[in-house]
Design a protein around this ligand. Structure first.
Ligand code: ZN
Length: 297
């Protein structure tokens, strides 16, 4: 289990969320058998989705971040519901690159490549809200800050980090998003920039604070009077089920189902997010065909 702290400074001009997602990223890494660099890439996207998912208002609201890069990792997707369930996958979780020579860090931008980032917010309206920005660095945090500025005109500071141990286990993972409201004073911005300039990366901050989100919040917001508004748990959990897969197959329509029945006499579906496997035999497919015909009649 991980958690998100949502806080605001006393003047209500600076909003901050801090996430501790070590267990979430560990679960994702175990399910997808990720390389070290892939753990970092997927973990950062999962952490961002977990924070933004926690901002939503209604229980059924969901938020999905998709990174479409041309690097070896392929697509990276993370989705989080307001209930704190987060899940994700990437096309090629074994994608890896040597540690970057310039800074000794895992080469996340290298496996992501160039491309864009799309964020979809589904709050139960007919059409979900969707925004896309080009990737700035492919390191995810900078890309997300660019998204907030371009899409919402909100200046933000974003930190996302995953520390992978030599045995591939996740030593620490987490992040923060700080957002400036329109009335923020120059002094506040200067102070915040000073705090951020002292940081030696989010992973070392998490390590230094022993994974204590409140301590991280204190360090990031040193000199500010901060009020914690909410502490919310986050879990890696997939909500797929046999029923949902059946609904999805039924929705492709009677013709397609008939094709599967004639050609394969069975269907096998594996969930991208949790690797759960669903098998359907001829009788199952016949039932789904009847259902699809009924809906389309
Ligand atoms: Zn699943």
């Amino acid at each position: 289990m991980g958690y998100i702290l949502r806080a605001i400074d006393k003047s209500e001009q600076i909003k901050i969320s801090v996430a501790i997602t070590t267990d979430v990223v560990q679960e994702a890494s175990t399910i997808h058998n990720t390389s070290k660099t892939a753990s970092a890439a997927l973990g950062r996207v999962l952490t961002a989705a977990a924070i933004m998912g926690s901002w939503q208002k209604n229980e059924k609201d969901s938020l999905t971040i998709t990174i479409n890069g041309n690097g070896p990792s392929g697509r990276v997707v993370a989705t989080c519901k307001n209930d704190g369930f987060v899940k994700g996958f990437m096309t090629n979780p074994s994608a890896d690159l040597p540690v970057r020579e310039s800074d000794g860090k895992l080469d996340v931008s290298g496996i992501i490549g160039q491309g864009d980032m799309t964020i979809v917010m589904d709050v139960g309206l007919k059409k979900p809200y969707s925004g896309t920005v080009n990737l700035v660095t492919g390191e995810i945090a900078e890309d997300l800050a660019a998204y907030f500025l371009q899409s919402d005109q909100i200046p933000s500071a974003v930190g996302l980090g995953v520390l992978v141990d030599t045995d591939y286990s996740i030593k620490a993972a987490g992040g923060f998003i700080i957002q400036l409201m329109p009335g923020a004073e120059d002094e506040q911005i200067d102070k915040l920039e000073e705090n951020l300039s002292k940081l030696d990366g989010i992973t070392s901050l998490i390590e230094k604070c022993n994974g204590d989100g409140e301590k991280i919040l204190e360090i990031l917001m040193e000199g500010f009077d901060v009020k914690i508004l909410e502490k919310r748990d986050v879990f890696y959990r997939c909500d797929c089920s046999r029923e949902k897969v059946i609904d999805a197959i039924v929705s492709i329509g009677p013709e397609e189902i008939e094709n599967i029945l004639v050609e394969d006499k069975k269907a096998d579906v594996t969930c991208h997010f949790c690797n759960a496997h669903y098998h359907f035999d001829e009788d199952d497919l016949q039932d789904m065909l009847d259902k699809a015909k009924e809906i389309n009649s």
